[in-house]
Design a protein around this ligand. Structure first.
Ligand code: ZN
Length: 499
C-alpha cells in the first residue's frame, strides 16, 4: 500500500498547484488591473508548464501504470479504484499534449480574456478577432491530438462532460428544439405579462445585501466562501472549504444579480458539499459540468423562480424596495420573473427560450471546429441564427457575439452543458418531489435544509467519483432525457399564460 500512499501524495500536490492557479484566475477576474494581463499570462504559462511537467514525468507515468495494475485487484466502485480511473483518464489526456501546446494555450487564453472584456466594453469585435482566431486554432490543434474521434468536437465535449458524444447531444437537442419553439409560439400569441416594474432603478447596495440573505438561507457557508463583483459571474474554489461566488449588479435589472447569485450559490453548494475524504484529489469536484449546471439551474429556476420561493421572499424584497414594489402583488411579481420574451442575452434568458441560445452556440462551435466558419464571419452568423431561432437581432456585438466569456478562455465545448443541466435538474426534481412530499411547503416557509440534505446525500458528497450519465441513471432510473424538462415547461407556462 506504500505506493498507493505515494500516489495520493502526488495527487495532493497536483491539486494544490491547480488550486493556486484557480486562485490566480479568481484574482484576474475580480481585482487584477487590466494592465496586468501580460504578467498574469506569464505566470499562468509557467505554472501550466510546471504542472504538465510534473504529471507527465517518467516517474509519474510509471507510478500511474503500477496503480492501474493495482486497481485490477480492487472493487471497481471503491474510492481508490475510482480515484485511479479518473486520474488515469486525465493523465492520458495530458500525455497526448506537448508541453509547448499547454504553455501556449495558457498564454493565449489569458490575453484573449482581457482583450475580450475590452472589446465587449468598446463594442468592437475586430479588437477581439485575432485573439479568438488564435484560441480556435489552438482548440482545433487540441482535438487533433485525440484522433481518431467520431467528431472533431468530441474531445472538447469530453473535457466538460466525460463520456458524452457530440452525436448524443445533437440527438437530445433535436428532440427539444421543435417542442420548445412550439411552446414559445403559443406563449407569444397569449396575453403578455407586465414586468416593467423590474426595470425601475433599484439601489445596488440593497440588491447586494438581498442576494447575500438568499444564498445564506439556501445553505451557502460564508465561513467557507465569499462573494465579489465581476463582469461575468462565476464560481471557483481552492478546496472544499474555500468556494467563492461572484455576481454583477445592474441598478435597472433587479432580478439579474439575484438570479445569478442564486445560480452561482447552487454551484458553490455542490462544491462545499463534497465529502472531505476526497480533499486535495481529482474527485473533489463535480461529476461534470452538466451535473454542476443541474445544481445551479435547479436553485435558480426550480427553486428561485417558483411560487413557493416568492411566498417566502417577496414580502422581504417588497420591504426593501417599497417605492418600486409597494403596489405590485406577489402573483404579479412571480409572473414577471417568469416572463417569456425572446431576448439577446443568454444569462438573462427565461426558461422557455434559454436552450435555444445554447443550440445556436453549439452550432457555431461545431462550425468553427470543423473549419466551415471563419472567426471573422462569426458576428454575422450569430445574428442570422438569432433571427432564425428567437426572431430578434442584437443591436450590437456587445449584446450579441461578444456577450460570453467562454470562448476567450478556451472553453469551447462547455455551452451544451447548460442545456443538459436544465434537463438533469428536472429529472432530479421529479425524484426529489416523490421522496420529499412536502417540498413545496418547506420552500414556501423558507426552509431549504430538506432539499439541500437530499442533494448532499444523492449528488454532492460523491464528487467526481462517478461519471455523469452513470449518476443520472442511478438516481433517476434513466440517462439524460429531455422529456421531464418538456413536461415541466409545458405545465409551468400553461398555468402562467393560461395556454
Ligand atoms: Zn453555471
Amino acid at each position: 500500500m506504500e505506493k498507493l500512499d505515494l500516489f495520493k501524495t502526488k495527487l495532493n500536490e497536483v491539486a494544490d498547484i491547480s488550486a493556486a492557479m484557480a486562485l490566480l484566475g479568481w484574482d484576474q477576474q475580480t481585482y487584477m488591473p487590466r494592465g496586468g494581463a501580460q504578467d498574469r499570462g506569464d505566470i499562468f504559462s509557467t505554472m501550466a508548464g510546471l504542472l504538465h511537467e510534473k504529471v507527465t514525468s517518467p516517474e509519474a507515468i510509471a507510478l500511474l501504470e503500477e496503480m492501474k495494475e493495482l486497481a485490477k485487484s480492487m472493487d471497481p466502485d471503491s474510492d481508490d479504484a475510482r480515484l485511479i480511473k479518473v486520474t488515469a483518464k486525465a493523465m492520458d489526456k495530458q500525455l497526448k499534449l506537448p508541453k509547448r501546446y499547454v504553455e501556449e494555450f495558457a498564454m493565449a487564453t489569458t490575453v484573449a480574456q482581457t482583450e475580450w472584456e475590452h472589446a465587449k466594453h468598446e463594442n468592437n469585435f475586430a479588437l477581439y478577432q485575432p485573439h479568438l482566431e488564435k484560441v480556435v486554432e489552438l482548440r482545433r490543434e487540441y482535438a487533433s491530438y485525440f484522433q481518431p474521434y467520431e467528431h472533431v468536437y468530441d474531445p472538447l465535449l469530453d473535457d466538460f462532460e466525460p463520456g458524452l458524444k457530440t452525436a448524443e447531444v445533437i440527438a437530445i437537442f433535436d428532440e427539444l428544439r421543435p417542442r420548445q419553439v412550439e411552446l414559445i409560439k403559443a406563449i407569444t400569441a397569449a396575453k403578455q405579462v407586465d414586468d416593467s416594474f423590474l426595470k425601475l432603478e433599484y439601489d445596488p447596495d440593497v440588491q447586494w445585501e438581498f442576494g447575500k440573505e438568499v444564498v445564506t438561507a439556501m445553505g451557502y457557508d460564508f465561513n467557507r466562501g465569499r462573494i465579489d463583483q465581476v463582469e461575468h459571474p462565476f464560481t471557483t474554489g481552492f478546496g472544499i472549504d474555500d468556494v467563492r461566488i461572484t455576481t454583477h449588479v445592474y441598478p435597472k435589472m433587479v432580478t439579474s444579480a439575484l438570479f445569478s447569485t442564486i445560480h452561482e450559490g447552487g454551484h458553490a453548494l455542490y462544491e462545499q458539499g463534497i465529502d472531505h475524504k476526497y480533499r486535495r484529489t481529482p474527485l473533489a469536484t463535480g461529476a461534470s459540468m452538466a451535473l454542476h449546471e443541474s445544481q445551479s439551474r435547479m436553485w435558480e429556476n426550480l427553486v428561485g423562480r417558483s411560487l413557493g420561493f416568492w411566498k417566502f421572499f417577496y414580502p422581504k424584497l417588497q420591504a426593501k424596495f417599497p417605492t418600486q414594489l409597494g403596489n405590485v402583488s406577489m402573483e404579479q411579481f412571480y409572473k414577471a420573473v417568469n416572463k417569456v420574451s425572446p431576448s439577446f442575452i443568454r444569462t438573462e434568458a427565461d426558461e422557455a427560450t434559454y436552450n435555444l441560445h445554447i443550440m445556436l452556440r453549439l452550432e457555431l462551435e461545431i462550425a468553427l471546429m470543423e473549419g466551415t466558419l471563419a472567426v471573422k464571419d462569426l458576428p454575422e452568423a450569430w445574428n442570422t441564427r438569432m433571427k432564425d431561432y428567437l426572431g430578434v437581432v442584437p443591436p450590437n456585438d456587445t449584446k450579441g457575439v461578444l456577450q460570453d466569456v467562454h470562448w476567450s478562455s478556451g472553453m469551447i465545448g462547455y455551452f451544451p452543458t447548460y442545456a443538459l443541466g436544465n434537463l438533469v435538474s428536472v429529472q432530479l426534481w421529479e425524484v426529489i418531489q416523490r421522496q420529499i412530499p412536502d417540498l413545496d411547503s418547506q420552500i414556501a416557509n423558507g426552509k431549504f435544509d430538506g432539499l439541500l440534505g437530499w442533494l448532499r446525500e444523492n449528488v454532492h458528497k460523491t464528487g467526481a467519483k462517478f461519471e455523469p450519465q452513470e449518476m443520472v441513471q442511478k438516481i433517476t432510473g434513466s440517462k439524460i432525457n429531455p422529456q421531464p424538462y418538456l413536461r415541466y415547461l409545458t405545465n409551468k407556462y400553461s398555468s402562467i399564460y393560461g395556454l
